[in-house]
Each structure stands twice: as structure tokens, then as C-alpha cells.
Design a binder for this molecule. Structure first.
Ligand code: HEC
Length: 189
């Protein structure tokens, strides 16, 4: 596991959400979607840090530019979510859920990043009657963990209806920031 992935896991523990669902009363407020003066959309209080939109508490979020294109991270999250063998297989297209697994666009209406990260890294399972519902532990899967913030940003956008269920338009998305290239390189080292 690369350095970055490891530090993400440490962050999960620090957030106190390692594999445990936060109780409703513990959930921090999730800032609503706002329209900025240039007509673009993001979460209230978010700022642009070199192409990465961040909330004051350090949580990544989405940005839909004035042309309706996504920031790089959310766009990348869309791709990773729908990758072969990825989340989409169980959680349905665009985070809408399936008979087997919950709709993550609903989960992210309240789920903070630490809880999300912890659940994806450690997995979870539940038996109901003869069926066992299994969320696999993906903490060792770099194709997931190196892009976990991206996936979160995309699902947050879905949770606030900032993006539709359709494939985002690649021609109007923001370019890939240098920071994202560096993170990728370090994470896969
Ligand atoms: C093999 C099927 C499967 C795959 C692949 C899968 N999940 Fe899950 N996931 C589940 C199931 C089933 C649950 C519910 C488990 C339970 O009921 O405790 C779940 C639960 C979750 C939860 C908790 C949701 C909530 O509301 O509490 C999150 C977050 C999550 N998955 C994220 C992901 C992400 C992100 C990916 C892709 C990187 C992914 N999952 C891939 C089956 C899957």
C-alpha cells in the first residue's frame, strides 16, 4: 500500500469513522449546494484549491462550471465509480442503488468522508434471511483507494442533484490539475 493510501487510512481512524456508521446525531452538517456569481455550482463555503474544490473542514467536494462541466476530481470519480468491477456493479449506475446494495447518492446526503473512507477500506456485511449483503473491503485496491476522494466528490454531486445520471461531458470538464497527476504518481508508487 502506498504512502498516500496509508495516510488516508490514518485519516479514517482520526475521523473516528473506521468501518462504523456514524449515528445521525454525530453527523456534521453537510453544506447545501449554492450557485456562485459566475453561475457555477458547488457546496456552500467551498473554495477552489488549484482545481480541487474543498470545504473548510478539508473535505473534497464538486464544482460544476458555468458551462455545466465538472471539475477534474468529480469527473474522475464518475469514471472510477463506473469502472469494470467497480462500485456500479453493486450500487447501481450513478449511485442510484440496487436490490443488493444501498444508493450511495442517498448515503452521501449525510455521510462524512471519514465514514465513507472507513466503510470502503474495511468493508461491511449483513445477513438478512438467507442472503448475505457484502460490501467488500477495498483498502488494498489502489484502483479504488487512490481515487477515493474523486469518487466521494462525484457521489456528493449526485446527492445534491448537481449532476444528472448521465455520463458527464468530457469536452467541458476542467483540465487535470498538476496536483492530481502528482497524487496519482505517488499513490501507485
Ligand atoms: C460486491 C458488491 C459491492 C461492491 C463492488 C461495492 N459495494 Fe459498497 N456496499 C455493498 C453492500 C451490499 C453494502 C451494504 C452492506 C450492509 O448492508 O451492511 C454496501 C455499503 C456501502 C457503503 C455504506 C452505505 C451506507 O449507506 O451505509 C458505502 C459508502 C459503499 N458501500 C461504498 C462503495 C464504493 C465507493 C464502492 C466502489 C469503490 C463499493 N461500495 C463497491 C456492496 C458492494
Amino acid at each position: 500500500m502506498g504512502r498516500i493510501c496509508f495516510s488516508l487510512l490514518v485519516a479514517a481512524v482520526a475521523f473516528g469513522g473506521f468501518g462504523l456508521s456514524a449515528k445521525a446525531e454525530d453527523s456534521p452538517e453537510i453544506p447545501p449546494m449554492v450557485t456562485l456569481p459566475d453561475g457555477s455550482k458547488t457546496q456552500e463555503g467551498a473554495t477552489d484549491e488549484d482545481g480541487k474544490w474543498m470545504l473548510p473542514d478539508g473535505t473534497i467536494t464538486y464544482h460544476v462550471n458555468k458551462d455545466g462541466g465538472l471539475d477534474w476530481y468529480s469527473y474522475s470519480g464518475f469514471k472510477r465509480y463506473h469502472d469494470v468491477g467497480g462500485c456500479q456493479q453493486c450500487h447501481g449506475p450513478a449511485g442510484q442503488g440496487s436490490t443488493y446494495a444501498p444508493g450511495l447518492m442517498d448515503s452521501l446526503k449525510t455521510m462524512d468522508f471519514g465514514t465513507f473512507l472507513g466503510t470502503v477500506a474495511s468493508g461491511r456485511s449483513r445477513k438478512q434471511g438467507a442472503t448475505e449483503y457484502v460490501m467488500p473491503a477495498l483498502g488494498d485496491n489502489k484502483n479504488v483507494m487512490c481515487y477515493i476522494e474523486d469518487i466521494y466528490a462525484y457521489l456528493r454531486a449526485r446527492s445534491q442533484y448537481a449532476v444528472s445520471v448521465y455520463r458527464p461531458n468530457a469536452r467541458i470538464r476542467d483540465p487535470k490539475p498538476e496536483q492530481a497527476k502528482m497524487h496519482e504518481k505517488e499513490c501507485f508508487e
